[in-house]
Design a protein around this ligand. Structure first.
Ligand code: FAD
Length: 506
């Protein structure tokens, strides 16, 4: 049973990296503020929010993943993009799928749209790729974006050198660069992928989750508390201002009202609009402009390479399914983002008498931009409920002719990249089922002005409801192909700084 406070300065809904960003920045900038964070899922790792890949015991790691799968716990999962080729509708470990409502008749839908319900959210399970947006991915009306991205790197503990000692990483980048780099600005050339990971002195990798974003400074803040297994059913609004939240303690089923001066909803790109809808906050753009990054994957094998030395194999990182990640940045001319990972095993079976040189299998993935559409949306029901008792979701989603064109170009490009790297594995690239990117955006989008096409302003405060902030990938208004979390954390930093300066004057 949770012992909730009667009132706090700031209530945060959701404990993923963007909710954690609000807690961290407020701790740093408004140290006397009281902050309560509510998370519907359980605590599955220590410190709370830590990445499950840091759990060394395989059984305990699997247990932590299972406990993050909310209503989907117990369902079969797939481990790698390659395994998704089976064509079955399965979630990745640590996530669960929508049981229904993922595809309307005659539409493409998002068949594998997924969620995580645990302290730390999806970032207890993520790959940690933290590229910066470029070209049209960037939000034109946020002038301080570069400084915010720098601070987001700090909070997420982003590094670029964790895999430098791993085998063949420079070779892979050189081969990719030979077909990609010509005519590109330096920032858009092939390079190491910035990753939210660091190496301990003993060589082990430590993947960042919300625990790193919170940091010791937040954990030791006496004004900060985190309540798990606590579902926020609605935000209280009085006289056009956020006034608190209603929380259901899942251990007792009892509901509690907690008063707050400011409420931040950071409950992922589908559940943040769900909480707003359930609270009667329903701006026209809520849930709309939903976008996901279509994804194409392929693999290649480096040939004629010497087996790596023992120390290089160790340096590739125990407890990691990958040993190096390279980045082919998005450009407006080539509107996809390349995440190239050296894998410890082939995604498709290889002949028994053809042993794999560790680090020589290269998994290629291209994420595509979406042609944003007002009608692509998540709707919420006034009568049906989901398994948490929240308004049931129904996804409407279609690929346009432009989307199909970009996908065709991505398929051609990935074949070119695979051939440049080595010998392609398999005859054709594979197009992942929609929703597989796990990068859903646009549903609580930010706008420069209150023009009816956005949900919040440049500081993430919801238009027309002062003191209510939204956070997460849903806030991103542009069509991005790069992994979005760094950008969402940067936008959350901006919102949190705004709250911190406002709290200083009340
Ligand atoms: P989340 O991390 O989803 O957290 C939201 C939290 O809110 C959840 O814990 C949820 O349980 C909670 N919640 C929801 N509703 C309520 C409610 N009503 N009351 C209380 N709590 C609620 N992104 C990248 O940028 N790079 C990558 O390399 C990458 N790889 C990924 C790989 C995998 C396998 C997965 C699963 C995700 C990956 N992602 C990646 C996506 C990334 O994890 C998300 O972008 C990021 O976690 C979003 O942060 P968030 O705080 O907005 O939401």
């Amino acid at each position: 049973m949770n012992a909730y406070p009667a009132s706090v300065d700031v209530a945060i809904v959701g404990s993923g990296p963007t909710g954690a960003t609000y807690a961290r920045i407020l701790t740093e900038r408004a140290p006397h503020a009281t902050i309560a964070m509510f998370e519907v899922g359980p605590t599955v790792s220590q410190p709370p929010g830590a990445h499950v890949k840091n759990i060394e015991d395989a059984e305990q790691r699997t247990h932590a993943q299972r406990r993050s799968e909310g209503p989907g716990a117990g369902s079969a999962t797939v481990n790698s993009p390659g395994a998704v080729r089976s064509g079955e509708r399965r979630a990745r470990p640590g996530t669960y799928l929508l049981a229904d409502g993922f595809q309307a008749d005659g539409e493409d839908g998002l068949p594998v749209v997924a969620f995580s319900s645990n302290v730390g959210g999806m970032a207890a399970h993520w790959t940690g790729a933290c590229p910066r947006p470029g070209g049209s991915e960037r939000i034109g009306f946020i002038p301080d974006m570069d400084e915010l991205l720098d601070d987001a790197d700090r909070l997420l503990g982003v590094t670029t050198d964790a895999f430098d000692a791993a085998p063949f990483t420079s070779l892979v980048r050189e081969r990719l660069a030979a077909v990609v780099d010509e005519g590109r600005d330096e920032a858009a050339r092939v390079q190491r992928m910035p990753l939210a990971v660091h190496r301990r002195e003993d060589g082990r990798l430590v993947w960042s989750g919300s625990d790193v974003v919170l940091g010791d400074v937040t954990r030791s803040n006496p004004g900060f508390s985190l309540f798990d297994e606590s579902l926020v059913t609605r935000v209280l609004v009085e006289d056009g201002r956020a006034a608190g939240v209603v929380v259901r303690d899942l251990s007792t089923g009892d509901e509690h009202e907690i008063r707050a001066r400011v409420v931040v909803v950071a409950a992922d790109a589908l559940r943040t609009p769900q909480v707003l809808w359930a609270s009667g906050i329903r701006p026209a753009a809520l849930g709309r402009m939903l976008n996901d990054q279509s994804q194409v994957v392929y693999a290649a094998r480096l040939r004629d390479v010497d087996p790596p030395r023992e120390d290089q194999i160790a340096a590739s990182g125990a407890l990691s399914e990958q040993s190096g990640v390279s980045w082919v940045p998005f450009t407006d001319d080539m509107p996809f983002h390349g995440q190239i990972m050296q894998l410890d095993a082939s995604p498709v079976p290889l002949a028994d008498d053809d042993p794999v040189v560790p680090g020589s299998i290269v998994g290629l993935g291209l994420f595509c931009v979406k042609d944003l559409q007002w009608d692509d949306r998540v709707e919420f029901s006034d009568s049906e409920l989901d398994s948490y008792g929240m308004p049931a979701m129904r996804v409407h989603y279609r690929l346009t002719d432009r989307d199909h064109d970009v996908l065709d170009r991505a398929r051609a490009q990935i074949v070119e990249l695979a051939r440049a790297v080595g010998e392609p594995i398999g005859e054709h690239p594979f197009t992942m089922p929609l929703g597989a990117s796990l990068h859903y955006q646009g549903t609580t989008r930010m706008g420069e002005t209150e023009d009816g096409r956005s949900v919040c302003g440049p500081d993430s405060e919801v238009w027309g409801v002062s003191g209510l902030f939204v956070a997460g990938n849903g806030v991103i208004p542009t069509s991005t192909a790069c992994n979005p979390t760094l950008t969402s954390v940067a936008l959350a930093i901006r919102g949190a700084r705004r709250i911190a300066s406002a709290l200083a004057y009340v």
